[in-house]
Write a protein that binds this ligand. Structure first.
Ligand code: URA
Length: 201
């Protein structure tokens, strides 16, 4: 079926408005809602964890140092922002970039699920432990607890479905991790090259 960008943008805008009305945990300490960016008709959706300082200021995901890393990996496999849609587990920045807690994940992720249902990606790249565990754990906080860490799962595609729509999940290390552990750059490169191979099939 043809993708209508206007229709998807309209639906995403509605979700965004409902997030603001919901006054989610963390909204008071944050500067901006960090909803998502990219092509709403993309076949690839990328799910990160939560905004950092730059994202909070600009109201856009992956615009800081981790975003630069992500852009580099995407360019390496000839992709750019127009080829993907990017969103986070949390819609607001946690203070001091601390990890998301269960309550935050529970209240923020219904909106992420709505984003996924609108975008209908064929491939989801989950960056880091939180998004990988959430998606592979069946989109629930309880399910997350049963999922192994990213070290053992990265680079291993898994087929999943949401409301009858199938997609391939490819867990990856979070690009921010390469900033403090350089050796992970190679692992991420390998996993992105695998994405390229899958796309070429
Ligand atoms: N890290 C994330 O997971 N998301 C962002 O938007 C920025 C950094």
């Amino acid at each position: 079926m043809e993708c209508s960008v206007e229709e998807r943008e309209r639906k995403l805008e509605e979700v965004k408005k409902r997030i603001i009305i919901a006054k989610l945990p963390l909204h008071e300490s944050a500067t901006n809602l960090v909803f998502g960016k990219g092509n709403s008709c993309a076949n690839i959706m990328i799910i990160g964890e939560a905004a950092g300082a730059n994202e909070d200021l600009q109201g856009l995901p992956f615009v800081g140092a981790a975003g630069k890393q992500l852009d580099n990996f995407l360019h390496m496999i000839n992709l750019c922002i127009d080829d993907v849609y990017i969103a986070n587990i949390l819609k607001y920045r946690p203070p001091d970039n601390r990890n998301p807690n269960d309550e935050e994940i529970r209240t923020h992720t219904p909106f992420l699920i709505e984003q996924i249902k609108i975008i209908k990606p064929k491939i989801i790249l989950t960056l880091g432990n939180f998004s990988t565990k959430f998606v592979l754990g069946g989109f629930s906080v309880e399910g997350m607890k049963k999922i192994e860490g990213i070290t053992s799962l990265h680079g291993k595609p898994v087929e999943k479905e949401l409301d009858g729509t199938k997609f391939l999940v490819i867990p990856m290390y979070h690009p921010a991790a390469t900033l403090y552990k350089r050796s992970l750059t190679q692992e991420l490169e390998k996993d992105f090259l695998m994405v390229k191979q899958i796309l070429e099939k």
